[in-house]
Design a protein around this ligand. Structure first.
Ligand SMILES: Cc1cc2nc3c(=O)[nH]c(=O)nc-3n(C[C@H](O)[C@H](O)[C@H](O)COP(=O)(O)OP(=O)(O)OC[C@H]3O[C@@H](n4cnc5c(N)ncnc54)[C@H](O)[C@@H]3O)c2cc1C
Length: 330
């Protein structure tokens, strides 16, 4: 890839609309492309891309590879991999970035292997250094340390965590090029069949988009407080309820509630942690949280080191008092 040029974002779209993760990636990609002084492209894959390519230009892309093929109807990693490998070999981007979504973490490393290059996983920040190399900052040892990784081979690849960049303001008057790509995929590349799609009901806001989150841990002692006290507090503040992994592992709440290294990354204005110890793996999902408030009976709990405000006490007393105080203020 001696003539490698530009930055390529792997964009996800559904129902003819660009996914929020792709908008965030375009913001990262725009910075990288501007530092290199080279164009920013995005590959959007599917069988019906609708308005997604135009949207991508409005959110910062210079060029959109609109990769459409009936085999790409479902977001199947093998189909994505085949189409992206062909595209990357043909276009020779200098940098490729994917989002830390289920599809991105699956396809990213496999694409890197096929392109015979390296990849930095779970990056919080990416930039171009003075030698025009991609440098990625990523947590290691369960979020206890940060490491900077520089890429030595081309293309330089990174998978970037969600909620680490604000999408650029939408500008529908931006111009860009839309390049239709028909990869003519052989259906046999897909090794798994989608038998059924089960959509989990979304009540209220998505955790990833919430401005206020009330989160519970093992200290709650059972599933009921999630539906009662925590929900009441969240409703009062216009927020949503989440949890630590311990509460998920015990079966008190579903996995979709989990925040942390192996759960969701969130970026609320206010994160109220109730009965959560503040293990590094939990805090790894909170790097974007602006204000953390902890309620914990153990004054030495790690969560207090990371919190702006803290109450040492039993949640059974503190949470109802907080609910009452907020009601009075309202
Ligand atoms: C590879 C790996 C990945 C992981 N990924 C994640 C992840 O994504 N997310 C995650 O959360 N964890 C993750 N973990 C687990 C993590 O290490 C912790 O075990 C977990 O976060 C602990 O959850 P917790 O704080 O709810 O429970 P605990 O550590 O048991 O803490 C409970 C807290 O509640 C307090 N408490 C008890 N009773 C009360 C009361 N009445 N009132 C007030 N406070 C009370 C206690 O003082 C304590 O601090 C991961 C671990 C590994 C090894």
């Amino acid at each position: 890839m001696a003539d490698a040029k530009g930055v390529l974002v792997i964009g996800e779209a559904a129902g003819g609309q660009l996914d929020a993760s792709a908008k965030e990636l375009l913001a990262h990609g725009r910075k990288l492309a501007d530092s290199l002084g080279e164009p920013l492209s995005i590959a959007i894959l599917g069988d019906n891309l609708g308005g997604a390519p135009k949207e991508a230009i409005a959110f910062g892309a210079d060029r959109v590879y609109a990769v459409s093929d009936p085999v790409l109807k479902e977001p199947q990693p093998e189909a994505y991999l085949a189409a992206l490998t062909a595209l990357a070999k043909e276009q020779s981007p200098k940098v490729i970035v994917a989002a830390k979504t289920p599809l991105g973490v699956n396809v990213g490393p496999r694409l890197a292997f096929r392109l015979e290059t390296g990849l930095a996983q779970d990056c919080l920040e990416v930039k171009i250094d003075g030698n025009k190399k991609l440098v990625a900052n990523r947590p290691v040892f369960g979020g206890n340390c940060m490491v900077s990784v520089a890429c030595d081979s081309l293309p330089m690849m990174a998978v970037i965590r969600l909620k680490t960049a604000e999408p650029l303001p939408r500008n529908d008057s931006r111009s860009g090029e839309i390049v239709p790509v028909n990869p003519r995929l052989d259906p046999s590349v897909v090794k798994a069949k989608v038998i059924k799609r089960v959509e989990e009901k979304q009540e209220g806001k998505r955790l990833e988009d919430a401005e206020v989150i009330v989160s519970g841990g093992r200290g709650l002692g059972g599933p009921e407080p999630f539906q009662k006290e925590l929900k009441e507090l969240a409703d009062l503040l216009g927020g949503v309820v989440s949890s630590s992994r311990a509460a998920v592992d015990i079966g008190w709440v579903p996995y979709s509630y989990q925040v942390g290294l192996t759960g969701k990354s969130v970026a609320p204005n206010l994160y109220i942690a109730v009965g959560i110890s503040g293990a590094s793996q939990h805090m790894a999902g909170l790097s974007g949280a602006k204000n953390i408030v902890a309620i914990n009976k153990d004054a030495n709990a790690n969560i207090f080191k990371e919190s702006r405000f803290g109450v040492v006490g039993e949640w059974q007393k503190v949470v109802p008092a907080l609910i009452q105080a907020i009601r009075e203020l309202k």
